[in-house]
Design a binder for this molecule. Structure first.
Ligand code: NAD
Length: 355
């Protein structure tokens, strides 16, 4: 299957002037002038770059012509990853940084910081089970971001995203650098999965599919809005929609179980993370109408953070879209997810303030 990303990669390697797009309005390649010599300098830092997600994500960011400077940071293993990735003949300069003492250099000047640092799930674990380890890692990295690149857009991949994003917000508030337009929980993998599963069942071209996914990023807090999916499918029964919803919510567990103890989604997550970072870079560069789903500070429900469609602009979030019309099934899903998401958000806030 030739996804737009694969076509993009080939095109990037061939021409060095085509960028990827998965914007909700289009899944097609954009061929335009903003990736020519006039493309602004953009530094992207990947924290956790030597990990299962970090390595393929670093490669995909190296293929992105919007990136001029790629900083690969981890507590171990980055010299090898950086040397390897740096040989790819695309625009960006690559540098590897390892250990606390090099974090400042890795972060300084970054426009976008992507965080896939932390431990992944094993079979039988929920994303919440990761909390104790990953919360501390995220807190430390965000303290450094507040110090060394307080204006960067932060793309949080480390789980549980429903708690790590509130932790980041609290750290930034304490440092006096919090800007709600610059902090994103990356829920793009839920969108990627919903699109793939919907296209398969509806028998439509996956490249044309759009499905908003709202709520959070764990189990039932993931709420795909198939009633708003395009293109419309007339062949899907209520049972199909329930099954598609469940498969999207359990997509991560499907991979964790298939990997049988060897981690969680890495390749599809790297793809999704690269798409979301690309959307952030396009927004920063002034490309109009860049809209993707992300977990952000929000007032569209009673919760302080919520995933929905957001418009990305020169300063990060330009607009948080409300949920739009929901089916009865989706309304029930929304009611069910609110208490769980609320408690995950509160858990993050409590951790940040207690530690
Ligand atoms: N948002 C999503 O949709 C999504 C999907 C899949 C996985 N994840 C999460 O992404 C995270 C990473 O998963 P993975 O499979 O790549 O794990 P991994 O163990 O393969 O890699 C994690 C990397 O983080 C590094 N690391 C640990 N502490 C660090 C620190 N303080 N600073 C910098 N780097 C540090 C490790 O050295 C390792 O290289 C996990 O929390 C996982 O649950 C999120």
């Amino acid at each position: 299957m030739r996804t737009s990303m694969l076509r993009s990669m080939e095109a990037v390697l061939r021409r060095g002037e085509i960028s990827f797009s998965s914007s909700s309005s289009s899944s097609h390649l954009l061929r335009r002038s903003y990736a020519s010599e006039s493309t602004p300098e953009r530094k992207v830092a990947v924290l956790g770059a030597a990990g299962g997600i970090g390595q393929p994500l670093s490669l995909l960011m190296k293929l992105n012509p919007l990136v001029s400077n790629l900083a690969l940071y981890d507590i171990a293993g980055t010299p090898g990853v950086a040397a390897d990735v740096s040989h790819v003949n695309t625009r960006s300069e690559v540098a590897g940084y390892m250990g606390d003492e090099q974090l400042e250099q890795a972060l300084t000047g970054s426009d976008v910081v992507i965080i896939p640092a932390g431990v992944p799930r094993k079979p039988g674990m929920t994303r919440d089970d990761l909390f104790n380890i990953n919360a501390g890692i995220v807190k430390g990295l965000c303290t450094a971001i507040a110090k060394y690149c307080p204006n960067a857009l932060v793309n949080m991949i480390s789980n549980p995203v429903n708690s790590t994003v509130p932790i980041a917000a609290e750290v930034f508030k304490k440092a006096g650098t919090y800007d709600e337009t610059k902090l994103f929980g990356v829920t793009m993998l839920d969108v990627v999965r919903a699109k793939t599963f919907y296209a398969g069942k509806a028998n439509v071209n996956v490249a044309d599919v759009n499905v908003p996914v709202v709520g959070g990023h764990a189990g039932i807090t993931i709420l795909p809005l198939f009633s708003q999916a395009t293109p419309k499918a007339n062949n899907l029964s209520d049972e199909h929609i329930v099954a598609l919803t469940k498969r999207t919510q359990d997509g991560g567990t499907e991979v964790v179980e298939a990997k049988a103890g060897k981690g969680s989604a890495t390749l599809s997550m790297a793809y999704a993370g690269a798409l979301f970072a690309d959307a952030c870079l396009k927004g920063l560069n002034g490309v109009p109408d860049v809209v993707e789903c992300a977990f952000v500070q929000s007032s569209i429900t009673e919760l302080p953070f919520f995933a929905s469609k957001v418009k990305l602009g020169k300063n990060g979030v330009e607009k948080v879209f409300d949920l739009g019309p929901l089916s009865d099934y989706e309304k029930q899903g929304l009611e069910k997810l609110l208490p769980e998401l609320k408690s995950s958000i509160e858990k993050g806030i409590k951790f940040a303030n207690a530690n």
